[in-house]
Every structure is written in C-alpha cells, then in structure tokens.
Design a protein around this ligand. Structure first.
Ligand code: AMP
Length: 386
C-alpha cells in the first residue's frame, strides 16, 4: 500500500502529488494493490477505481485494534537510498531491534529528551534525520513530535520559534544550512517568542562552521550541539553525550566518538592509524558497527562489503569517506568528503577548508566552493567514489 495526498506545499506553492504518483505506479514493475489518499483540498484528484482509497474512510475504523506483528530483531525495518557520486544509489537497509535500541539510547544519552515533552526536528521524514528523529526516536521515547511542512522563512522567519513557544518544545534538531538562511533575516525574530522551554538545539547533516555556530548560540542563548553521522549509521557517530557525561562543545567540532563506535583516523596511503593529534586521516570505524547502523546494501551484500569495508588498504574497516582530525582531547573535526577535493596544479585542496576560511569573514553568509576546469592548472574530473 502507498499512503499519499493530493498535494503538498512548498514555499506557498502547491505541488500536486497525485499525478506524479500515478506516473510512478505506471512505471513500477511491482504495483501496490491499494493507494490510501488524504485529500487536503489543495489540488483536484482523479481516483483509480478499485485501487485508490479515501482517507476519510478511517472514521469507520477508528476503534479497530490492530495487533502487533512480532518480527525478529534483524528483520529489515526500512531501506533509505543514499547517493554515491557515481553509479546507482545504494539502498541502506536497517534492522528493527538494533535500530530501536540505538534510538532509545540516543534519545536519553545524547538528546536528553523525556517522555511527555515535545521534540521538534525541522527535517523531512524522507531523510534519515526524519526517520530517526521525527518519527521513531521521539515516539519510542514517549515524546510528542512536530512535523512542520514548509520553509523556515514563511510566513516569516519567526515561524519555528513560534512553534517552540506554542508547543513548549524542549529539544530541537535542524541543519546548519537552515541556520544560515535565518542568519540573513531580521534577528528580531529570535527574541520575539518565549523560548524558555528549549534546552538545546542540535545541528547535523553538514559541517557546522564556527561563524554560524557562534551566531545561533549567541542569538538563542542555548547550547548548540553539533552531531556527525550518515544515512548509513542512523544515529550520531560523533557528538557530545550530555546524558552520559557533561562535556563542553568546541566550535567547529561535532564532538567525540559515541559509545559503540570505535572511530579511527587512517592514513589513506598506508592504511595505518595516524599517530599524532591533529593529523589528517580518513574517518573509519572498526567493526562491528553498533546497533542501528546499516545491515547491508539492499539486495547487494557484495556492494556493501566492497564499498564500505574494502576501501582502506590492508584493513577491514568501515569507511565514512570523510576526512577528519582528532585533537589532544579526543574531539574530532570533519574536513569534508574524501572525494570533495579540487586538484589545482597537483595540490589537493579540500572544499570544506576553503569554504571555512571564506565564511569566517563577518560579511559572508554562505559559501559554496566548486572546481572549474583549467587548461593550465588541471582539468576537473568527477570524483570516483562508488
Ligand atoms: P547523509 O548520509 O546524506 O546524511 O550525509 C552524510 C555526510 O554528511 C557525512 O558523511 C558528512 O560528510 C556530512 N555530515 C553530516 N553531519 C555532519 C557534521 N555534523 N559535520 C560535518 N559533516 C557532516
């Protein structure tokens, strides 16, 4: 069964889903027997007789008790597709029991959310943050969860903070990009609402540059907690677990390795661990991966092994494909993707490092660094991550 709606809204614009869905089903080799449709009154729908079911019918079934279906802990709960920069996307397959345990533990130890409170993740349920921390994590923890459809700037840049006030949000999760969008708006929106319920703002998904982190920390007057992870892991690899042990955050660092993750920095040429603090290496994880991480690539165990576990010479370690360094105190700093490198006259420059230095200028709100082919200094090629 597919559950969908007539349409969604993006920046005040109606996006009709039903025609897209009908076309997708037409192309699909495996067709759903039923499509359950919520009519939000945004866009007229044509129903396919015998297949499309109206959500309004639920009134008839409101008191139906549906028994739990017991499955093995290793039973797949879902697949989420994540891109390689080349080739076909990989279906990240997640189990059921391990994932539930990992999320429950992270809600307690990392996000410090309590049953009865409200969690607000500004992500989208189609992304891994949405799966883990809009749906499963908060609900497993007994929290109410907010799903917000729309941009952080409509009807105005105070919309998120008005939701925090209205629903007494205690834990919030967003992305640095969204903060940079808000940074371009009137800062008065950040002080207009009562944010006293909010204990911390977690940010993830991309590097949190120091100017952005400082701006939001100063504007909100709340702890900003960076956390680093991937679709593949389902929950943070690096962050600060204040529910286990209170630790200060360091600007520019997502934090320290989380319980369950044996994180190592590997010299890409020798496959050995880097020896000194602050020495750059590939961020790798020694197996076994902790609960919650991917089981395999959907229907492609060989690709799972080859892509993730055989890219480091001479050792079977999980590669994140990110560069990182670790300082004397065990705090990691992520320097960008191993394939995100621009070759200028033989010098390999990390895009993240260039972006960070430009964005440290107070007049700069956002930076994107891209490679451009140059006859003299080197042609630009697509990176080769599989
Ligand atoms: P995705 O699987 O699409 O969620 O992307 C995961 C990648 O995003 C990681 O491998 C990192 O390159 C990047 N990433 C995610 N969170 C952070 C963070 N807190 N700091 C730096 N990079 C991050």
């Amino acid at each position: 069964m597919i559950v969908s709606a007539d349409a969604g809204m993006r920046s005040g614009k109606v996006v009709a889903y039903k025609p897209l869905l009908d076309e997708a089903i037409k192309l699909a080799a495996h067709k759903p027997s039923k499509v359950l449709l919520v009519d939000r009154g945004l866009s007229p729908m044509e129903k396919t007789a015998g297949r499309d079911v109206d959500y309004a019918l639920r009134e008839k079934h409101l008191n139906t008790v549906v028994p739990c279906v017991w499955v093995d802990s290793t039973h797949p709960s879902y697949t989420l597709y994540t891109s390689g920069t080349t080739g076909k996307p990989k279906g990240v397959q997640r189990d059921t029991g391990g994932y539930a345990v990992a999320l429950a533990a992270s809600m307690k130890h990392i996000f410090c959310g309590n049953a009865g409170e409200t969690y607000f993740s500004t992500s989208d349920i189609g992304w891994v943050v949405g799966h883990s921390y809009i749906i499963y994590g908060p609900l497993i923890a007994g929290m109410a969860t907010i799903m917000y459809e729309g941009l952080p700037t409509r009807p105005d840049a105070g919309i998120w903070w008005s939701l925090v006030e209205k629903y007494k949000v205690t834990v919030m999760f967003s992305a640095p990009t969204a903060v940079r969008v808000l940074k371009k708006q009137d800062p008065a929106f950040l002080t207009k609402y009562d944010l006293s319920s909010l204990r911390a703002l977690f940010l993830a998904g991309e590097p949190l540059d120091e100017p952005t982190a400082k701006w939001i920390a100063d504007s909100l007057g709340k702890p900003i907690i960076d956390n680093y992870w991937q679709t593949e892991t389902g929950w943070p690899i690096l962050t600060i677990a204040n529910g286990v042990e209170k630790k200060p955050s360091k600007f520019g660092s997502p934090g320290v390795a989380m319980y369950g993750y044996d994180v190592r920095l590997i010299d890409e040429t020798t496959g050995e661990q880097v020896k000194e603090p602050n020495q750059k290496g590939v961020v790798a994880i020694a197996g076994p991966l902790p609960p919650g991480c991917m089981q395999t690539v959907w229907r492609d165990d060989a690709r799972f092994v080859k892509t993730y576990w055989q890219s480091i010479p001479g050792q079977q370690l999980y590669s994140t494909f990110d560069w990182g360094i670790k300082d004397e105190d065990g705090y990691f700093f992520i320097l960008g993707r191993t394939d995100d490198v621009i070759n200028v006259a033989g010098h390999r420059l990390g895009t993240r490092e260039i972006e960070e230095s430009i964005s440290s200028h107070p007049a700069v709100a956002e930076v994107a660094v891209v490679g451009v082919a140059d006859q003299l200094k080197g042609p630009w090629r697509w990176p080769s991550r599989c």
